[in-house]
Design a protein around this ligand. Structure first.
Ligand SMILES: Cc1cc2nc3c(=O)[nH]c(=O)nc-3n(C[C@H](O)[C@H](O)[C@H](O)COP(=O)(O)O)c2cc1C
Length: 336
């Protein structure tokens, strides 16, 4: 039995409901004919050669190229994917073991890491397939130092083996429109900015899971939004592009392994059918007790609630991000 067999598929009630024979049949959006996936990749023989062939087929499908061109479309990614098949960790294992890493070994990353993380990022869903994001990879120590200065001088930025700045990007689609003499007024609405932020975030998180699956450590950097205009200038972002979040990637320092940080109980975040404020209070109180213990284990006083409230106490705690609306407007991304 596979892991999937353990979870029986339930049919949604609407899928089995009889079609009404009287009255008006509700209008339905018809789906296009179901394309059948090519089975050639999955018929590859087992073993390293077979795994490499399968990985090449996956990369080729991701970029819409022939298998011969897979290595050109995403260099070294197929090899990395094939080698990763030997890793004993499942996706769920990687996700549940997540912890942010802020101490890295002074060891450069293999050249295959960046294209692999980008391939994983590009495999994330994207709103209407618009792919409204880009990513800037930074390894130059001088630029890292300048970026660190713009991002609250966090130590792990200055010494990062790799910093990825995920960018909300409507510049590309606007440039394509301009070349065709077409207007894209929908890029002037907040909805498009939100879509681009969502696209960039989903891509970034795919990269996090990929990095962790390869044994690497990561930490996000919301502080790329402390001074987004200055950072956009440093990265030479075109008008219509703005930093969303940074991601430091490196080999975790084993002398500082870090602990998994407990999250709220499911009873506090999971609501059935409708939202229930009252039901959250007891689970949150139980979490607070656990977090006081957690932070004490880290040599710190206090719990989660005080930290959350301090982080949200006002303009000072936003460190410049209170001006995000005007910064986005200045960068050519609509915020209303
Ligand atoms: C959008 C976002 C921005 C973040 N920005 C920072 C940051 O600027 N500096 C930092 O050290 N950690 C940052 N983090 C990491 C969080 O502090 C961390 O995820 C959180 O405390 C939970 O810990 P864990 O990731 O170890 O589970 C950020 C995380 C997210 C999702």
């Amino acid at each position: 039995m596979t892991a999937i067999d353990a979870f029986p598929v339930t049919t949604h009630p609407t899928e089995t409901a009889p079609v009404p024979t009287t009255g008006r049949v509700p209008a339905r959006t018809s789906l296009p004919a179901c394309p059948q996936p090519s089975r050639r990749g999955s018929q590859a023989p087992p073993g390293r050669t077979g795994r490499l062939a399968l990985a090449r087929a996956q990369v080729a499908a991701r970029y819409g190229v022939s298998r011969r061109r897979a290595d050109t479309a995403a260099p070294q990614v197929a090899e990395t994917v094939a080698a990763a098949a030997d890793l004993p960790r499942s996706v769920l294992d990687v996700q549940l073991s997540h912890r942010s890493v802020r101490r890295f070994l002074p060891r450069p990353l293999a050249s295959s890491v960046l294209p692999t993380l980008v391939a994983a990022a590009q495999s994330a869903p994207t709103s209407s397939n618009l792919q409204l994001w880009s990513v800037v990879a930074i390894t130059d120590p001088a630029r890292l130092a300048r970026v660190a200065r713009l991002c609250g001088e966090q130590e792990h930025v200055r010494d990062a083996p790799l910093l990825l700045v995920w960018v909300a990007d409507v510049a590309r689609v606007r440039a394509l429109a301009a070349r065709r003499g077409r207007a894209v007024p929908a890029t002037g609405y907040l909805e498009t900015t939100v879509a681009s932020f969502l696209d960039a975030t989903l891509a970034a998180q795919n990269a996090v899971v990929a990095a962790e699956s390869l044994g690497l450590g990561t930490v996000y950097l919301g502080s790329v939004r402390d001074a987004p205009e200055a950072l956009a200038a440093e990265l030479r972002l075109p008008r219509g592009a703005a930093p969303v979040v940074g991601l430091v990637v490196g080999h975790p320092d084993p002398s500082c392994p870090g602990r998994v940080k407990p999250r709220l109980p499911q009873a506090a975040v999971l609501h059935h059918e409708t939202y229930d404020v009252e039901r959250q209070l007891r689970p949150v109180a139980a979490y607070e007790r656990r977090m006081v213990d957690y932070y004490r284990g880290e040599g710190l006083e206090g719990g989660w609630v005080a930290r959350a409230l301090a982080r949200l106490r006002g303009n000072g705690s936003l460190r410049g991000r209170e001006h995000l609306r005007s910064a986005l407007t200045a960068l050519g991304l609509p915020s209303w």
